[in-house]
Design a protein around this ligand. Structure first.
Ligand SMILES: [Zn+2]
Length: 388
């Protein structure tokens, strides 16, 4: 185990008195940020922030973040993109282990969907509806496949977590703007009775197939109200100047809210391996309170009021016990593919051989529950006792 060299630095707080700040790592960057904040002080008293990391895991970034968070006893939420866990992904074994390690460290594992497709985007920048290319069944698979892989990675502990959180790719789909809602109404994609935004948003959520599927499976949707801005940076490590202004910008915005904030970061961006330790150390000594998923949920009213957290109970159109029941209500007739009939038939059809295969039969591809998987797929390894 490595012990951090602690660096205790004095700087002037907004109250005028000298304040000490312990830098556990990234000392050089930390000193530059402290210099900047001594010149332009900020006040973080009574500010609470919950850190979230999207799109990972990533073998270069996630382990560093886990180590730095552990050293400061901060718990975060990791919204995993589960294509990173597919057998075909070059780092899938490392990534599966990282998900497990993240959960064992006390962080919340959450789903960011499977392919990071814009499968629930309603509009692009020009206001065009993008979702028409995706069937309800395809959208549902983005959720169920993600849940399968997260349960596989965590030995089925994923689905037993509280809370169960999901974040749509790009955060879209849960919080359309007033203009987007208006356009949906005009184009007839959805019809709204309410005239005000809040009412239309509630109606939208009751008509959104993916939101209904999520809520029916116990998921609440968590967006964010503090964007770190790391998406606008490249994958590599930026210059020291860029890093410094990135850290200062984030500390300023984290300290400028007046209640709970949820911060969006990405654990695929190498810059966060340097920035997060400094944000944690300096944020803490400025009075910023880094809250765990549990603390966030027990004090979530302001997040609910601002639509950052969409609770499952507030989303669901009608009580439904099973995924199947919900899918039956939201899947329109005629969208099912011949490979996966909606009835009880759990066989798979092969177009090549013009025949149906039973569970765990097949060649290079194996049939399970009415779908084809590769021989190396976690679902096959878990459920099928294949002879080589
Ligand atoms: Zn993302």
């Amino acid at each position: 185990m490595k012990f951090y060299l602690s660096l205790l630095l004095l700087f002037a707080s907004t109250h005028g008195e000298a304040q000490s700040c312990q830098l556990k790592s990234q000392e050089a960057l930390g000193r530059e940020v402290l210099d900047e904040l001594t010149r332009n002080p900020i006040n973080c008293d009574n500010q609470s922030i919950h850190l979230t990391f999207d799109d990972g895991p990533n073998p270069q970034v996630t382990p560093v973040l886990l180590k730095e968070l552990k050293a400061r006893n901060v718990k975060a939420t990791f919204f995993v993109s589960t294509t990173n866990l597919e057998a075909s992904h070059r780092s899938h074994e490392t990534n599966l282990a990282l998900v497990n390690e993240t959960m064992n460290a006390g962080h919340l594992i959450a789903s960011h969907g499977h392919e990071h497709n814009a499968y629930d985007l309603r509009m692009d920048g020009k206001g065009e509806v993008l979702e028409k290319g995706f069937t309800d069944q395809q959208k549902e698979q983005q959720i169920t496949r993600s849940v399968q892989l997260l349960n596989y990675a965590t030995q089925n502990r994923f689905s037993n977590q509280k809370p169960l959180l999901f974040r749509f790719p790009y955060g879209r789909g849960a919080m359309p703007s007033a203009a987007e809602l208006k356009r949906m109404d005009q184009q007839g994609t959805m019809r709204f009775q309410s005239r005000d935004y809040a009412g239309q948003l509630a109606e939208y959520r009751r008509q959104s197939a993916p939101l209904q599927i999520l809520a029916g499976n116990g998921f609440s949707h968590l967006g964010w109200n503090n964007d770190s801005g790391d998406s606008s940076h490249g994958m590599g490590m930026p210059s020291r100047d860029v890093l410094k202004s990135y850290v200062v910008k984030n500390l300023k915005s984290m300290c400028s809210g007046n209640s709970m904030q949820v911060a969006l970061f990405h654990d695929i961006k190498i810059m966060n391996t340097a920035a997060i330790p400094v944000i944690l150390d300096i944020g803490k000594c400025l009075g910023l309170n880094f809250v765990s998923p549990k603390e966030m949920m027990s004090n979530s009213q302001s997040l609910v009021d601002r639509g950052v957290l969409i609770q499952k109970s507030k989303t669901l159109r009608a009580p439904a016990d099973t995924l199947g029941e919900l899918i039956a209500t939201v899947t329109q007739a005629g969208t099912a593919t011949p490979e996966c009939p909606p009835e009880k038939d759990q066989t798979c059809y092969s177009e090549q051989y013009k025949r149906r295969y039973q569970e765990c039969e097949g060649g290079a591809s194996i049939c399970l529950g009415g779908r084809w998987y590769s021989r190396q797929d976690p679902m096959i390894l878990l459920n099928c006792n294949l002879k080589d």
